[in-house]
Structure formats: C-alpha cells, structure tokens
Ligand binder design. Structure first.
Ligand code: BJ8
Length: 419
C-alpha cells in the first residue's frame, strides 16, 4: 500500500494500530491468493482493489466528499443501494471479516456474540478502518439481535439510521417494508440535502441491476465443469463489490467474464469435487473456509450467502411513473432475499436445492459464524431436506480465528473423500 499517512491522520485514525493491521494483510493475501495457479489475468484489477482498499479507494471517497457527497455505510444487503445512489451519496458495505478487530469489539460488546458484529464494532472503536472514519451516516437494520442492539452502541460514535425489517413475508409485512423504504428516502434526502426524483431512482435502479447482472454472469460461468475461476477469486470479486465504485466494478467484472468465456472453450474436466457454500456472509478478509477447501483440491462453485447469490439474485423492476411505484419494485426485490432472520424461510432451502442442481455441486458445506442463532437453527431443516434429495452436507461453525483450521481441514478432507 502506498503512503497515505496524511490522509489517514486527517481521518483521525489510530495510525500505530492501523500499521499493524496493514502489515498483516499483504502476507495473508499473498499466501492465500498469489499462490493460486493459472489465475485469470483480469483478476489483476481485483488484486489491486484489495491492495488499495485502505488507500486509493479511500482517496477517491475523500474526493467525493470534498465535492459535497455524503458517505453512507451499511451492514446488510437489505439496505437498498438504489436509494443511497439516487440521493447522490456514496455507499459502502462495512461488514468486517477480520479477527484483528474482534478484541476491540469485545471491549464494548459481550464476548459470546457473532464475530462479524464484534469486528465491526472493533473497527469503529479502534479507529483503524478508513471506511468507518469516512462514513457520515450508518444505515442499520433489524435483522438479528446482535446487530440491532450493536447499533445502539454505534450511535454513541456516529449518526445511525435503523430500518425496521419485517421478519415474515405476509402482505402486511410487505406494506411495512415499503413504508420503511419511504422513511429511509426521507431521512437520506434530509441528510444529503438532495431530492430523490423518479428519474434519479430509475437511474440508480438501472445501475445496481447492471452490477447484479455482471455478478450473475460470473456465477453462471462457474456452472461450467470445471469452473473457470476459483472460489477464492470469485469471493474476492464479491467482497470488492461492497466497497468499489459500482460503474467501474461492473465494467471490470464484465471484462473478467469475457476472459472466462474464452477460457471455458478449452478447459477439460479436472475431476475436482464441486462444492457449494451456504450460510453467513464472508466479508473481507475472511477467506478462511475457501482457503481450506480449495487447498484440498476441491473447487467452490457457488456461495449461497450474502457475499454470494443473495447479493445479486433478482433484479429490481425498473418500470413505474411515481416514487411509490419504484419503492414497491424495490421492496419486492429486497423482501425476496431469503435470510435466516425470516420465519419461515423455506425459500432458502428451495434455493439451495436448485443451486445444487444448476451448479452440479457434489456437496454442500454449511458455514456458520459462531453465535449466529438464526443460521444455526436453520441447519436442521436444511439437513433433512438435503438428505431427502441425496445431497451431501456438513456443518462448520467457526469464527475468524485460526485456532480451528486444522480441525476443519480434517473434517472437510473426510467429507470430500466421502462424496
Ligand atoms: S441478509 S445474512 S447480511 S442479516 S450479524 S445474522 S452472521 S449473528 S449477517 Fe446478514 Fe443481512 Fe441476513 Fe445477509 Fe448472523 Fe452475525 Fe447477525 Fe449476520
């Protein structure tokens, strides 16, 4: 990473601590990513984006701020990016996947909660995340107890707006979600001073749909046997999607897909086991499970997670004459994300069975962050359904630490031999 000390200082970051974080990232990225063989050339952009994740991208965001733009941070794929962009704000996904932040998170939160929540609190408390330090407003949501209560603490550090996400999918819930989106529009208009017009909202719907389409194209290419891209690389693309400029990201992902389109013409089956990952999101730099699985000569071909299919599946319908029409379209798309915070959530099981067939998966690995109760409980139902469909499944509960790597490797190895 280049020298950005002056910028980080202006962002009131703890430079000493941040140096420790920055020193570790290139090593782990080099060891996990750069040792992969035969990577697509167009992954260079995503390597660069990762290397500059605290540098060049932050510089760009600072430039936007100087030009009067507000920066809005989010933690969940339920917060509609379309609204943020239509208000001419910059949106960044702030979920944190590093063990580095957990310790500081535990200073303000109980230890026995999900590492993702502890990590995002730790990132703020320790002043070592330049995205947090650049963010003018956080938009949270009432998905799980850990997050919704953590927002009350986060509010002591910065402005927070929380969207109430209904947790059933009845008509009345759908109406309520539309009302929440309208409240969010009002809030962000006040916050940015920019009016959201029908035209602006249509443009942002179009922009985000294009981004989704590029990711869908990438995932469709992974259906090929063998997959033309490793699961690790596909995960990196998804992780970059949360912080990058959406137009550039879409262009770069399409370029990558063009290359993969050519690749599949000459690829021959490699006999590797094809694995689907399902469960909780894997935000940057959480590459732990992918690294273990692909290190055992299997290939991950799809992730049914929020850093996978749940992020890009289904587009927002872009027809409508009024803000209300467009809000209805947005609500419809987002209410169909099958997160375990919903009850019931049988559509997620249907999705997993459908993907197993579409991606020709030999087995499914359920990855659950420790203390995430909703996903942990849902495992039982999925296990039953996959058994009925003869789809092999194992359950891995883990956090961001490295302590259980050996144990997980042994279990995955046995699973791969069995399927
Ligand atoms: S839509 S999966 S991004 S809530 S933070 S629920 S892991 S205990 S992240 Fe999520 Fe939105 Fe759902 Fe997706 Fe569990 Fe941890 Fe809560 Fe988590």
């Amino acid at each position: 990473m280049g020298s950005y000390n002056e910028m980080w200082q202006k962002l009131n970051m703890d430079l000493q601590k941040h140096d420790i974080l920055c020193a570790a990232l290139p090593d782990s990225f080099g060891e996990i990513y750069m040792t992969q063989k035969n990577r697509p050339d167009n992954m260079n952009y995503f390597n660069y984006a990762l290397a500059e994740v605290h540098g060049a991208r932050i510089e760009e965001i600072q430039k936007s701020k100087k030009n009067g733009k507000k920066v809005v941070g989010t933690f969940c794929v339920f917060v509609p990016d379309e609204v943020i962009l239509a208000a001419d704000a910059v949106g960044v996904g702030l979920c944190s996947g590093s063990q580095f932040w957990v310790e500081d998170g535990e200073k303000v939160l109980p230890r026995n909660i999900c590492p993702l929540v502890k990590a995002f609190m730790g990132a703020k408390v320790s002043r070592t995340c330049p995205y947090f330090q650049s963010t003018d407003m956080i938009v949270g949501e009432t998905t799980c107890d850990a997050k919704k209560k953590a927002y009350e603490i986060l509010e002591e550090y910065m402005p927070v707006h929380v969207m109430e996400l209904p947790q059933m999918k009845r008509e009345k819930d759908f109406q309520e979600w539309q009302d929440e989106i309208k409240l969010f529009i009002k809030k962000i208009e006040e916050f940015t001073g920019n009016k959201i017009t029908v035209e602006k909202l249509k443009n942002s719907i179009d922009l985000v749909n294009k981004k989704r389409r590029a990711l869908k194209r990438l995932y469709d290419l992974r259906k090929h046997t063998p997959s033309p891209i490793s699961g690790l690389d596909a995960l990196l693309v998804s992780q970059v999607a949360f912080v990058d400029d959406p137009i550039r990201f879409t262009e770069k992902t399409e370029e990558l897909c063009d290359e993969l389109d050519e690749r599949i013409k000459t690829m021959k089956p490699n006999g590797r086991k094809r694995i689907m990952i399902t469960g909780t999101p894997m935000s940057v730099p959480n590459w732990k499970i992918h690294h273990i699985i692909e290190g055992l000569n299997a290939e991950i071909v799809v992730e049914e997670t929020c850093t996978g299919t749940r992020y890009f599946e289904k587009e927002v319908f872009d027809e409508g004459d009024t803000i209300d029409d467009l809000v209805r379209n947005i609500a419809e798309r987002y209410m169909n994300i099958n997160c375990a915070c919903f009850t019931p959530n049988n559509d997620r099981i249907d999705d997993i069975i459908k993907y197993a067939e579409e991606y020709n998966a030999d087995g499914v690995i359920y990855c659950n962050l420790s203390f995430c109760h909703t996903y942990a409980i849902e495992y039982g139902k999925l296990e039953k359904a996959l058994k009925e469909n003869n789809i092999p499944l194992i359950n891995i509960e883990t956090d961001y630490s490295e302590e259980d790597v050996g144990q997980i490797r042994t279990r995955v190895e046995a699973f791969l031999e069995m399927i």
